[in-house]
Design a protein around this ligand. Structure first.
Ligand code: ADP
Ligand code: MG
Length: 304
């Protein structure tokens, strides 16, 4: 995590931001056994009252499930746990185990999560994981903290998540590199200000089984298996961190064609989707701000 803020109150604003991140982590961690999400995930009786913050974030997550037609699914914790992604003890579950668990967190089931005031009701066997949206949401809140401290220029780097407030301190736009999902370095860079630039990649967290197959930490809620499609990495660019974070995960799950359809429908984000055939699929307005590194064997396809 790297926080870079410019202005008179930058030091204080950064300690406030740091404190906020710790507080959010204490609310939504799936592994800390006094977090609100942990309590929800362990409970047999509902409803359970949570903080305003937790309920707002969960509502936002459910809204993203709706927008993405279930590709973003915040109820996949039983599945990510079973594959060992939560504790880095990877294993391939049996088809039977997956089938049994997926019935409780299938893509269609998120709609049955109830939120009334701050009281949450989950279906039996359902467990939440806000890991696909939490960092982006945190970034949005840090931007608000910065604004309250009068800061006009900042870069928040939460690991794969970049969020920008204003332009660089010297008045020029920020240059943000897009990671090469196949190896070292970047595939290129984009110029931006006041935006969230959020990436999801199979290269972030994965394991390789004995037979050489790669399993990534993004799960397809339709079948309970790690996503295995033509996509290697997704970057989503837009105004809100939570929105772009959830979308980066969702576009990965839905695949390139559906991602393009969603982009045409929503019209309020841009993307770079790198496919396994080394094509950089980039939406037209973003392509004007993107420079490809010439020395790599990638081809660019502009999506209109
Ligand atoms: P990262 O958090 O590594 O930057 P993502 O934003 O793509 O990457 O989030 C991946 C995390 O989201 C996973 O580690 C898991 O906690 C959660 N997750 C996995 N599959 C899904 C899904 N289909 N919908 C929502 N969240 C998911
Ligand atoms: Mg995400």
């Amino acid at each position: 995590m790297k926080l870079q803020a410019y202005g008179q109150n930058a030091h204080e604003a950064n300690s406030q931001a740091q404190e906020y991140i710790n507080k959010l982590e204490d609310l939504i961690s799936t592994t800390k056994n006094d977090s609100e999400i942990y309590k929800l995930n362990q409970s047999k009786e509902f409803p359970i009252e949570v903080s305003k913050e937790c309920s707002v974030l969960l509502k936002y997550a459910l809204n993203m499930s709706e927008i993405s037609d279930g590709a973003f699914n915040p109820a996949l914790y039983p599945i990510t746990k079973m594959w060992g992604f939560t504790q880095d003890n990877y294993k391939i579950p049996s088809a039977g185990e997956i089938k049994e668990k997926i019935t409780n967190c299938h893509t269609a089931e998120w709609a049955s999560i109830k939120i009334e005031d701050n009281k949450i009701t989950l279906l039996p066997g359902m467990q939440l994981d806000l890991g696909g949206i939490g960092k982006g949401y945190a970034g949005d809140q840090i931007i608000e903290i910065y604004k309250a401290y009068g800061i006009k220029s900042a870069l928040i780097d939460l690991g794969g998540n970049i969020q920008l407030l204003g332009k660089k301190n010297n008045g020029s736009e920020w240059t943000i590199g897009i990671k090469n999902p196949f190896g070292q370095g970047t595939i290129g860079q984009i110029k931006a200000s006041d935006q969230a630039i959020i990436s999801s990649g199979g290269y972030e967290r994965y394991f390789i089984s004995e037979d050489g197959k790669k399993y990534i930490h993004i799960i397809d809620g339709q079948n309970g298996y790690p996503v295995d499609n033509e996509i290697e990495a997704v970057t989503v660019v837009g105004k809100s961190g939570a929105y772009c974070d959830a979308l980066s995960t969702a576009l990965f799950v839905m695949g390139l064609d559906k991602a393009i359809d969603l982009w045409k429908k929503q019209k309020d984000f841009d993307f770079i989707i790198v496919t396994k055939d080394k094509t950089v699929n980039i939406t037209s307005s973003l392509s004007k701000r993107f420079t490809l590194n010439g020395d790599l064997a990638f081809q660019v396809k502009t999506i209109k």
